[in-house]
Ligand binder design. Structure first.
Ligand SMILES: Nc1ncnc2c1ncn2[C@@H]1O[C@H](COP(=O)(O)OP(=O)(O)OP(=O)(O)O)[C@@H](O)[C@H]1O
Length: 312
């Protein structure tokens, strides 16, 4: 099992401290979402892990080794950093073949990853004719080429159509189920909440959070229950008697701040009030993230985000 370990990592570009004394680990068997405002240092951290930049201080290792010292790097780590980097005059198949040959991988694997990425029919087309989403799929195919234990993807959903977004989500979940270490940066919070088990959140190069996603949401949510009944007046009266402050929305549902669905369900059952709908609500990842990073967003607009919530 191979972890990515970042230890007291710092990277300065002139006077800009892109990564600031960062320590965290990315563990196998789960998808870790890598979040942070523009310029927070996510791409720089990934580049440091891949040995593409030299740290000013600290270390970034894979399975305890520097990337540069890995024997069979493509079989150990697959990465998508910049989908535009592939040579436009090459066909997708030749691009992957060149990578495969230089890493001692067979041509059969190229066909497998082309199929897996949904590019089987366009393997013979030149990359310059590819849309952004197709280039993204090609970059992901290249990352999977060596069947690696560690997969790092920088904004993989970029340019993908809805079908592609579902594909990448399912792919990441499968890679984690297979016991691989999966680190994925994204600015799409709905997307991230659909695939990430764990979050590492940066702000201005520093670690803001490193915790399971559910824990992050719970830590930023007050309990809030939502209930619908045909006997609205009875339910309201009972809840007020019990000290709750139910508020009715335009859709007829009642929202009760500070209450769990279980408590409301038990009260309704005792009183014999039929319940048509009952859920716990929690903040969305987007809302929790925006609250956490509000002070560290370098390029923020002045308007405050709205408090969107979703049903748990
Ligand atoms: N090669 C470089 N030379 C100078 N500054 C750089 C270089 N690469 C990154 N930076 C700076 O380092 C900081 C972190 O950038 P980085 O691209 O790592 O952030 P990010 O979190 O990936 O941002 P985004 O979400 O916008 O992609 C930024 O201030 C950026 O301008």
């Amino acid at each position: 099992m191979t972890s990515i370990d970042v230890h007291e990592l710092t990277k300065e570009f002139g006077t800009t401290r892109a990564v600031d004394n960062l320590t965290f680990s990315v563990r196998p068997g789960r998808v870790t979402g890598f979040l942070g405002p523009n310029g927070a240092g996510k791409s720089t951290t990934m580049r440091l892990v891949l040995g593409l930049d030299r740290p000013t201080g600290g270390t970034a290792t894979i399975g305890g080794q520097l990337y540069a010292t890995l024997g069979d790097p493509l079989r150990r780590v697959g990465a998508l950093l910049d989908a535009q980097a592939a040579h436009g005059a090459r066909t997708a198949r030749n691009h992957l073949l060149a990578l495969a040959v230089s890493n001692g991988l067979g041509a059969r694997r190229v066909e497998e990853v082309l199929e897996e990425a949904g590019l089987g029919a366009v393997g013979g087309a030149r990359i310059k004719t590819f849309s952004l989403g197709m280039r993204q799929r090609l970059g992901i195919a290249a990352a999977l080429l060596g069947d690696p234990e560690v997969v790092m993807l920088d904004e993989p959903s970029n340019g993908l159509d809805p079908e592609g977004i579902i594909w990448i989500r399912e792919l990441m979940k499968r890679l984690a189920r297979e016991g691989r270490t999966v680190l994925v940066s994204s600015h799409l919070m709905n997307e991230t909440s659909s695939f990430a088990d764990h979050l590492v959140i940066l702000g201005r190069g520093r670690l803001l959070a490193d915790l399971p996603m559910q824990e992050f949401l719970d830590s930023r949510s007050r309990p809030r229950a939502r209930v619908r009944t045909a006997e609205s007046t009875r339910l309201r009266d009972v809840l007020i008697r019990k000290g709750y402050e139910p508020a009715q929305g335009d859709d007829g549902c009642w929202t009760i701040e500070g209450a769990k669905a279980g408590e409301i369900g038990a009260i309704a059952a005792t009183e014999g009030i039929p319940v048509l709908e009952l859920t716990d609500e929690q903040v969305t990842l987007e809302q929790a993230y925006l609250e956490l990073t509000a002070d560290s967003a370098e390029f923020a607009s002045v308007s405050a985000p709205s408090a969107n919530r979703q049903e748990a």
